[in-house]
Design a protein around this ligand. Structure first.
Ligand SMILES: Cc1ncc(COP(=O)(O)O)c(C=O)c1O
Length: 379
């Protein structure tokens, strides 16, 4: 049987990985500055992660959400402690799109309203309401177009106020740092305005932390650069270090009802254990603080590259903007310099989303090979 061919592939076949390195079927070592779309948070094959998961697998790997699973409570407490979001409740699922889908559905349940406000260049996933709230017409089918979504630019308080005052908006969903869209951020003033306007108009504010959460940007969640408390926070990617784990944090003022949300796989024993291992390593190895410092090191060094027009992001959610499309550069980096990097819907932006265990020496190597790659593509 053939695969349903939806992914344009690089001609590389990884067969093994350790920490910040991936090895292909020919034994070639690649430096992983992309973490498989920001998923690898504590490094490939971390010893503690392997130990936690194998031990759990021997006990019980899965049972449904019809029974008690104390690991979910343990994880909720650990997330509360490390994120400082003590006054939230945890609901678990298995992917980023599912987290946003549940967040949007919950916002609609709570407010009794239907319309969503999302932002230009937003990416929230590929399922029903999540894809409708994604600013990319080419991945929305006629079915998805049934959702009512209005896309606004960041930083225009007036137009946001006009839309919210119409009274039909259940949720404003935003990324504190856009991922797929190319690392743009709302201004501080606009973040506070969104928060205030949502409160004034009975609209839920949803922070999509699927890519930026779990310490990647130097704070536990990227929105925590600001003093706001979104109604719902969505998480996935780095939460499980490769095990499919997603979740939403729901403010304590929102009350649950049986059957309101649900899933078969979400929050199973292995998923909880993967995420507990991630939190354990984040804390022990102080990776959040490390991400913040290493991000500064990257930015300071990137300033010296003449062809870099803009340095974007913070912590280890970073981007380098050039005045040319980076497709050929990424190919040169992967095939000849053996470094994985990412692209975005901004074709001139190279995305850097490494495991949080990366060290300065790896960035030194990257800058050296980037210079060689830039020379090669310009030769
Ligand atoms: C900000 C953001 N939200 C949601 C998603 C969707 O996550 P998933 O691919 O796990 O469904 C992504 C994926 O890239 C993302 O970057």
């Amino acid at each position: 049987m053939k695969l349903f061919d939806v992914y344009p592939l690089y001609d590389v076949t990884p067969t093994r990985a350790k920490d910040v390195y991936v090895y292909d079927d020919k034994g070639i070592e690649y430096l992983d500055l992309y973490g498989g779309h920001a998923v690898i948070s504590i490094g490939h094959g971390h010893d503690l992660y392997l130990e936690f998961l194998t031990n759990q697998m021997r006990e019980i790997g899965f049972y449904s959400n019809a029974i008690k699973n104390p690991l979910q409570n343990k994880l909720a407490n650990a997330i509360g402690e490390q994120s400082l979001c003590h006054d939230y409740q945890l609901f678990m699922c298995s992917s980023g799109a599912e987290a946003n889908e549940n967040a949007l559905k919950l916002a609609s349940f709570v407010t009794g309203k239907k319309r969503i406000i999302a932002f230009k260049n937003a990416f929230h996933g590929r399922t029903s309401a999540a894809v409708a709230a994604t600013d990319n017409a080419s991945i929305n089918s006629p079915l998805n177009e049934q959702q009512k979504v209005t896309f606004l630019p960041f930083n225009d308080e007036k137009v946001l106020e006009i839309e919210l005052k119409k009274g039909d908006v259940c949720a404003v969903i935003f990324e504190a740092i856009q991922g797929v869209g190319g690392l743009d951020e709302p201004s501080e003033g606009f973040v506070y305005a969104m928060d205030k306007l949502c409160k004034a108009n009975n609209t839920c504010l949803i922070a999509d932390e699927v890519q930026s959460g779990f310490g990647r940007t130097g704070t536990f969640f990227a929105y925590q650069k600001y003093n706001i408390k979104p109604d719902i926070i969505t998480m996935a990617k780095g939460m499980g270090n490769g095990f499919p784990v997603g979740g939403i944090l729901v403010k304590s003022t929102i009350k649950a009802k049986y059957g309101m949300l649900g899933t078969t796989f979400g929050g199973n024993h292995l998923a909880c254990t993967a995420s507990l291992a991630v939190l354990n390593v984040l804390k022990k190895q102080r990776l959040q603080e490390h991400a913040k410092n290493l991000g500064r090191y990257f930015t300071d060094n990137a300033k010296n590259i003449p062809s870099v027009k803009k340095i974007k992001g913070r912590g280890l959610m970073l981007g380098l903007e050039f005045d040319f499309e980076v497709g050929p550069l990424r190919k040169e980096l992967i095939y000849n310099k053996h470094i994985f990097t990412g692209g975005s819907s901004n074709k001139n932006l190279l995305r850097i989303l490494p495991p949080l265990t990366l060290q300065k020496k790896h960035f030194d190597l990257f800058f050296q090979r980037l210079e060689e790659a830039l020379n090669a593509i310009n030769a």
